[in-house]
Design a protein. Structure first.
Ligand code: TTP
Ligand code: MN
Ligand code: MN
Length: 664
């Protein structure tokens, strides 16, 4: 399955249903460990007990064995809870029934088998036999869908979106497109078909009309669309937000299955390609989007008594984004509904243009890249909708996703472009001054295979870690977490990756520039360019806020050798004069001994408090306030915070000790 290798085990009399496959298929997550997934969906975690301590727990006493048993139980219990919460069994069972594909094949096979299975089922009822086709790569091409050139910008006014309902399936139904209805050259004459009995598509192919013979594909599609409609109706009455998401996933899965019927006919290396069908579908689609755009722009004009001349600012495949030039959300929705009905009337059943939503405001960056506040009712927005923007890409650090998210929130929800710019500048300044928490900087990549020709950061790091400790180093298939560290000039990036834990323990300095230039700058400029134009780069990446930078010091690596260990006064930080190297304070600060000692003690106490609150949080998470925290879950930000604070405490303890034992 892609780069993943699976082993199949036959269970006689059982149907295996692997939740991991469900998650990999249907959910885009940063991590797929049971821990991370449980936290994401159930807000519950198991402790990650590192395998290296399992033996000790087992060999310990009844208490440690009890703990081990608890983890094992939780390992079994969490997947069951997840199956239930995600409604996986119910939804996959429905898919199995609708498509005739066995439950486990739904998890191990692709979309093609669903179409094939339905095709065979429909063919059988009509006494058709499906031709055996030897698939081969082919040069033959057909034209795809239209993307209307975007009029880029930040739109503060409402933008109405109209989109065809199940466009490709409806085209195939409306025009009776199928293998069994295709009229090949010469066939029309041979069969004595009249002009009224056939239809010529915009791609210049001919099909018989449904009155002559109804196609199998339209029949299959109607049943899939009916199932989607049922799912959409269930969605309409559901109130619980999480169940709504699941039901939406269900209707989406049925939608994709319906769209795969078109994909099946266009897949050259497939079971039964027929480019006359797929090419006709896209050709109809292109004429329809063109007609829709013209119709809207021709009708909604000042000349026809409307507030403004409507402009289609963007559109993709089967949708148009219309700027009616009105201020009110409600009015934009009204015009959108009216326009959708008006255009729908021009087409054959079941083709239907729908008013889908209003974006208000709308940030149009480029083709397939935009963000907007998504309204289906005038009262409140449904969500913030982002397409093609780095908010969830797992290869990026959380810093990027969080910064992008907050900036978009400020732009779209708070409608505060200045606030968004200020926020971005502040985060950049924090990054350059080393004030960003390390958990924000962790990048993860899957270790897929080790024979990459080009050197890659996570692969190099995995090798380095194997040399340090083969037992804990990442293995094939693991996601490798790393941060990019500062190094001598011209060191290639793949050499600069380091294990976050190692970085914490050894105070390795972070390469802030890398994060600014290779992670933050591109996505940031992209969202701010529609607002700031050419000035975006100089405002965001070159301003006053980038002048102050953290001094890079390290205990390890190339820079460590240059550091000499000279002690300085804990009061004024001045270098200690001869004879005072071991003392806490220089002669000048000595009179303030009591005050300065108090200060160090207070700092220590505050670190201890932070540590204990993190510790309690972890104990709560493991479900026991009486036991030691063993968790080593690398997906959890608290894990890194705990390590960091432990080190800070260590340093602080040493400072306190320099005052010597109390002399009272
Ligand atoms: P969409 O408008 O996303 O899908 P839709 O029109 O089928 O369904 P909806 O009612 O939700 O609007 O995409 C338009 C067409 O693009 C779709 O009819 C077929 C094609 N398409 C695919 O071929 N595969 C896909 O995965 C998607 C999403 C679309
Ligand atoms: Mn559509
Ligand atoms: Mn669409």
């Amino acid at each position: 399955m892609g780069r993943r290798e699976n082993k199949y085990v036959n269970f006689e009399g059982r149907v295996p249903f692997d939740l991991l496959f469900v998650l990999l298929r249907d959910y885009k997550l940063r991590s797929y460990t049971l821990n991370a997934v449980s936290y994401h969906f159930l807000q519950e975690q198991k402790e990650d007990v590192h395998h290296s301590i399992i033996t000790d727990l087992q060999n310990g006493d009844e208490q440690t064995r009890r703990r081990l048993a608890m983890y094992c139980l939780k390992d079994a219990y969490l997947p069951l809870r997840l199956l239930d919460k995600l409604m996986s069994i119910v939804n996959f069972m429905e898919m199995a029934r609708v498509t005739g594909v066995p439950l486990e094949s739904l998890l191990t096979r692709g979309q093609q088998i669903k179409v094939l299975s339905q095709l065979l089922r429909a063919a059988r009822t009509k006494n058709f036999i499906m031709p055996a086709y030897q698939s081969k790569a082919s040069e033959e091409q057909y034209e795809g869908a239209t993307v209307i050139e975007p009029k880029r910008g930040y739109y503060a006014d409402p933008i109405a979106t109209l989109d065809f309902a199940s466009l490709y399936p409806s085209i195939m139904i409306a025009h009776n497109l199928c293998y069994t209805t295709l009229v090949q050259p010469g066939m029309k004459e041979r069969l004595g078909l009249t002009d009224e009995q056939v239809e010529r598509t915009p791609a210049n192919n001919t099909f018989v009309r449904a009155e002559v013979r109804r196609g199998l594909l339209p029949e299959i599609l109607e049943s899939l669309l009916a199932a989607r409609k049922r799912a959409k109706n269930d969605l309409k009455v559901e109130k619980d937000p999480f169940r709504r998401k699941v039901l939406d996933g269900r209707q989406l899965a049925l939608k994709i299955s319906a769209n795969s019927v078109y994909g099946f006919t266009g897949a050259q290396v497939g079971k039964l390609p027929c480019l006359e069908i797929s090419g006709s579908v896209t050709a109809y689609g292109r004429t329809m989007i063109e007609l829709t755009k013209n119709e809207v722009e021709q009708h909604y004009k000042i000349a026809n008594g409307y507030e403004n001349d409507a402009v289609v600012i963007y559109g993709d495949t089967d949708s148009v984004m219309v700027n009616f030039g009105v201020k009110g959300l409600e009015r934009a929705m009204e015009l959108g509904r009216e326009a959708a009905d008006k255009v729908s009337a021009k087409f054959v059943r079941p083709i239907k243009l729908e008013f889908e939503k209003v974006y208000y405001p709308y940030l149009l960056i480029n083709k397939k890249r935009y963000a907007g506040l998504y309204f289906t009712r005038p009262e409140t927005y449904d969500k913030m909708d982002c397409k093609g923007i780095e908010t969830v890409r797992r290869d990026n650090s959380p810093l990027v996703a969080n910064l992008m998210n907050t900036c978009l929130q400020k732009l779209l929800i708070e409608r505060d472009p200045d606030g968004a710019v200020d926020y971005a500048k502040r985060v950049i300044a924090d990054l350059l001054c080393n004030r960003v928490d390390i958990s924000q900087l962790v990048i993860t990549k899957e270790l897929a295979k080790t024979d990459y020709t080009a050197k890659q950061a996570h692969v190099e790091l995995a090798n380095k870690m194997k040399k340090r400790d083969p037992g804990t180093a990442p293995k094939l298939g693991d996601r490798v977490p790393y941060v990019i560290c500062a190094a001598a000039k011209n060191t290639p990036a793949y050499m600069k990756a380091e294990d976050p834990l190692y970085v914490l323990e050894n105070c390795v300095p972070i390469d802030a520039n890398y994060y600014l230039e290779n992670q933050l700058s591109k996505p940031l400029l992209r969202i701010f360019e529609p607002l700031l134009g050419d000035r975006a780069e100089s405002i965001l990446l070159k301003g006053e806020h980038t002048r102050t930078r953290a001094v890079v010091t390290s205990k390890v690596g190339g820079l460590a050798g240059f550091m000499t260990k000279k002690s300085s006064c804990l009061g004024c930080r001045a270098l200690m004069p001869a004879g005072y190297e071991k003392a806490a304070l220089c002669p000048h600060c000595e009179p303030r001994m009591s005050e300065l000692y108090q200060r160090e003690i207070l700092a220590k106490r505050s670190l201890e408090e932070t540590f204990s609150s993190l510790w309690t949080e972890c104990q709560r998470c493991q479900g026991s306030l009486h036991e030691e925290v063993l968790c080593s879950n690398r997906d959890c930000p608290i894990f890194y915070m705990r390590q960091k604070i432990r080190m800070d405490l260590d340093t602080q303890e040493k400072r306190v000790q320099r005052f010597g034992p109390p002399d009272w």
